[in-house]
Each structure stands twice: as C-alpha cells, then as structure tokens.
Design a protein around this ligand. Structure first.
Ligand code: ATP
Length: 314
C-alpha cells in the first residue's frame, strides 16, 4: 500500500461506493443508450480525496488500489476539479491526493465517488458556498453515476441513472463484496446485453425500466430476507456471458448461506447480502476458502454521501 502524507491546508472529503440493489435496463433508444430504473445503496467502502493548492495539476494516488487509477487529466477527480474551476473562474491548480479503497472498474462507481468528492472539496477549498442541487447538476455533467455519491443513503435513479429520488427505507444491511482481478468495461457489458437480447429475439419486447414493488417493500420494512430475494440486475446475463466465472462465484456465495447474490452494476464485483455482521464474517471465510475471487471486502449500508472530514481552520 502506498502512503502519501496529506499536505497542509488540504481539504479532505470522504465518498462512498454504491451497490445497485436493482438495475432494470429498458429498450435500446435510437441514440444507443438505455433508460434505466435503479435503486442505489451507498456502502461503507470509501475513497478519500484531499485537495490543496499547487503550482500544477497533479494526482497523488494512495491506498489499497493506488496502482490502478489514472494520474493524468483523465482522472475523474481532476476532471471534476477543472470543471468547477472553469465554471467559477478560479485560476488555480491543485494537488489531488486520492486514497483509493473502492475497487477500480468493479461496478461500484469508485471513479464517480472521487469526482463527487472532488466537487465538494473544491467548493470548500475555494469557499464557493454551492448548494447541494448546484453540485448535483455539475455532477450529472461528469457522468450518470456521479450525483448519487453526493447524496448517499438509498435512492432511486431514473433516466440514465442520474435523476435521483429518495427511497423510504429502514435498517442496516450487511454485505460481502467479492472483488475480481480484472475489471469489466461498462460499455462492453451494455453491448453484450444488446447482443444477447438481439440473439434471443427479446430486444423488441423489452419492457420500460421500472423498479419492482418487492424491492421497495423490502427496503421499507428493513427485512434482509425479503431484500435478498428481490435483488435484481438486468446486466447480469451479459456479465455472466463475458465472465462465466462470476456465475460460479455467485452460486457459491448463495450456497454458503448468502440471502442473495448479485453482480454489482456492470460488474465484475459480486455483492452478497447477509443476515447480520456475524453472517458476513462467516460468508467471507467460506468464500476465501473456495478461492474463487481475488479479494473479499465486508461493508454495511446505507451510509452517508460525500462529506468533508477535515479542512484548514479559517
Ligand atoms: P461504474 O460502476 O460507474 O460503471 P466502475 O466502478 O465500474 O464504475 P470505476 O472504478 O469508476 O469503474 O473506473 C472506471 C474507469 O475509470 C477505470 O478503468 C479508470 O481508468 C477510470 N478512472 C478515471 N478516474 C478514476 C478514479 N478516480 N478512480 C477510478 N477509476 C478512474
């Protein structure tokens, strides 16, 4: 693990990963995109972004997955910071330290969490005083998964997943995330989803994307057994087609006692819901012994969205 010191005068923001409890993918639109209906839950795997004034743009990677992120202008945190600087005429450059604990290219929206965190950190550093809805608007221009980590909790996403509405929910849920060695590209998974729908002739009667009453009911009641049964991801057949080992992994986790197992977003992370904290420990041990994935992480959800954890005194 790379350790990098936080520079004096830095603003540090923490942002969570997400899991899609349900992901419904509507018919392919003429522009090639799909309307989505999804329910996000923010979970307790976090990245931390620290921004400080610097004489040039730089990314300082740190943490568990430091080696896997871009350090140039393609980094989503840099894109977010440059966007906010441009819109508010701030003529400054930043050093951005990214403490990366969210798996990269894992379907947990880690890059989006970093972008959301960078927006909030820049707002604080430059004293812009932006409202949450102004930040959310900027977030949506950066990517459809960027608004959610600002909000956190549980939320329903529609459109391209970026139009959020709150969801009534109670309770805390305990997860085990099985992390893969190699990422899956989101566009490749959507392309495979389209190919499979064309192949099976189902492309012409794909229903409009809509979240199920079962899932909403399970969240309202806080019942993990009902939530486990209601987990659903329309991208799962495509992820399994590209990576058959993921189906084996999902089946193993369910056999070892998970209440439900699901590919997170476009994968390849597989998320397992368990009954309790203790059950998540037991499942981790069984999955580790089966040696079907690179890494296992436990987390709970829902958790709060992006928030400032330290800032210089003014
Ligand atoms: P989503 O769930 O939104 O589809 P993901 O979790 O599958 O996203 P990310 O971890 O966000 O994937 O990374 C996707 C790609 O974005 C990576 O391959 C990486 O090259 C690029 N990227 C740019 N900035 C970042 C960042 N700060 N952290 C991680 N990846 C980044």
């Amino acid at each position: 693990m790379t350790v990098a010191p936080t520079l004096p005068g830095a603003v540090t923001v923490r942002a969570p990963a997400k899991v899609n409890l349900e992901l419904r993918v509507g018919p392919r639109r003429p522009d090639g995109f799909h309307d989505l209906a999804t329910v996000f839950q923010a979970v307790s795997l976090h990245d931390e972004i620290s921004v400080t004034r610097w004489d040039d743009w730089q990314v300082v990677p740190a943490g568990t997955y430091a080696a896997l992120i871009p350090t140039d202008g393609d980094n989503l945190a840099v894109r977010a910071a440059k966007l906010i600087a441009e819109q508010w005429d701030v003529d400054e450059k930043l050093s951005i330290r990214i403490d990366k604990d969210i798996p990269v290219a894992g379907g947990m929206a880690g890059g989006s969490a970093d972008a959301a965190a960078a927006l909030l950190a820049c707002d604080q550093l430059w004293g812009l005083g932006l409202m949450r809805d102004e930040l959310a608007e900027l977030a949506a221009t950066l990517g459809s998964d960027v608004p959610f980590p600002l909000t956190g909790g549980n939320a329903m996403g529609s459109g391209r997943g970026d139009q959020l509405a709150p969801v009534l929910a109670r309770g805390t849920f305990h997860w085990v995330f099985a992390i893969s060695d190699v990422g899956l590209s989101t566009p490749a998974v959507y392309a495979e989803c389209d190919r499979l729908r064309d192949l099976t002739g189902s492309a012409t009667d794909v229903p409009e994307a809509q979240v199920s009453a079962e899932l909403m009911g399970a969240l309202r009641s806080g019942d993990p057994v009902a939530l486990g049964a209601a987990l659903h991801n329309d991208l799962e057949p495509a992820a399994f087609s590209l990576r058959p080992d993921l189906e084996e992994l999902r089946d193993a986790g369910v056999e070892f006692g998970a209440l439900g197992g699901i590919v997170s977003g476009s994968g390849p992370t597989v998320a397992f819901l368990t009954e309790s904290h203790e059950a998540s420990l037991d499942l981790s041990v069984s999955l580790a012994a089966a040696d079907l994935c690179r890494d296992l992480r436990r987390a709970k959800g829902p958790v709060h969205g992006a928030h400032v954890v330290s800032a210089p005194r003014t």
